[in-house]
Write a protein that binds this ligand. Sequence first.
Ligand SMILES: Cc1cc2nc3c(=O)[nH]c(=O)nc-3n(C[C@H](O)[C@H](O)[C@H](O)COP(=O)(O)OP(=O)(O)OC[C@H]3O[C@@H](n4cnc5c(N)ncnc54)[C@H](O)[C@@H]3O)c2cc1C
Length: 326
Amino acid sequence: MSSNTPVVDYNLAIIGSGIAGLAAARAAEAKGLSVKIFDKGRRIGGRAATRRAHGFTFTHGAQFLTARADEFQDVCAAAVVDGALTNWQIGDKAAFIGRPTMRDFAVFLGRDLDISQSVEITSIEAADNHLNFHTAEGVVASANRAILTPPAPQTAALLHQIAPTLATIAGGASYAPCWTAMFGFDEAPPLPVSLEPLQFDEGPIALANYEAHRPGSDRANFALTIQASGEWSSRHLEDASEQTGRTLLFELSSLLGVKMPTPIYEGCHRWRYAKVIEPATPTSKLTSECGRIAIGGDWVIGPRIEAAFLSGLEAFKQLSEAAELD
Ligand SMILES: Cc1cc2nc3c(=O)[nH]c(=O)nc-3n(C[C@H](O)[C@H](O)[C@H](O)COP(=O)(O)OP(=O)(O)OC[C@H]3O[C@@H](n4cnc5c(N)ncnc54)[C@H](O)[C@@H]3O)c2cc1C
């Protein structure tokens, strides 16, 4: 190497430690590449999320996952053997749930990967033969290649300058938001004894999940998670969170005809980009003209954890095919 050749930190940098980013990173590491993942969130997993608060545990993002494709079935089977996933029969659906929490599935996928949480990439700059990744504080790392997996609008914002074709693809995806309310009680609330989440086809509430009923859950986790429908969440997107949570608890009590005890913990989270409505369905490649950048994320395929996983594999596959990996 000449003394003028810049030293590049990693073969591949991945933005996002959600399921798509983790899938891409595992595939790249299996090929012997040096990989770094940056994520702006405090914890691994993105929307495969768990909140712990006041001694309660809430599944406040994805509730369960299903596996159809062989590649994903294999990973889920390995996670079951490891104890990071467990089976959950939901109606006629053979599903899985993270164990003991949803985020533990992401932790399983991310084992031994080099991940920095709480690092928000604000821009990517093309240098001679590599890419520089910037945060608000300055350059944080360099890499030969990048895979971006944030939700489509956030991916588009990062790519407008450096890969406009990919930014346009990302612009084709749309989402429904989801308000998620969480309540902790000091006694079991009077909910129907159901080992499945309660799901509603219409009205303000899409799903309610009494956490103590989940497989593998602590029976004393008197915690209730309520997810509003996409339509209701869109109409109430800018409402104050405290009032939104209380409205959802009131709506659920009315629907079930029960009186809830007063919660000792209340929280509410607004997922602005929760569930993909229209995937981007790209007709062109997922790689940039220069062959150094690829895109992944559930929004490339559809609104599910499995789609996110497969999109990460596909992004890495296309990146490998676009140019020889250095
Ligand atoms: C309320 C809710 C319920 C759901 N229910 C289900 C369900 O029951 N079953 C199911 O299969 N799916 C469900 N989903 C969908 C599922 O969670 C997603 O499809 C999947 O988790 C998406 O993974 P991803 O890696 O594509 O994106 P994400 O999980 O969103 O990961 C993207 C990551 O990028 C990071 N990021 C963004 N911008 C930057 C930046 N500039 N710098 C650094 N990091 C950045 C984010 O912090 C995030 O961690 C649900 C989603 C929600 C929100």
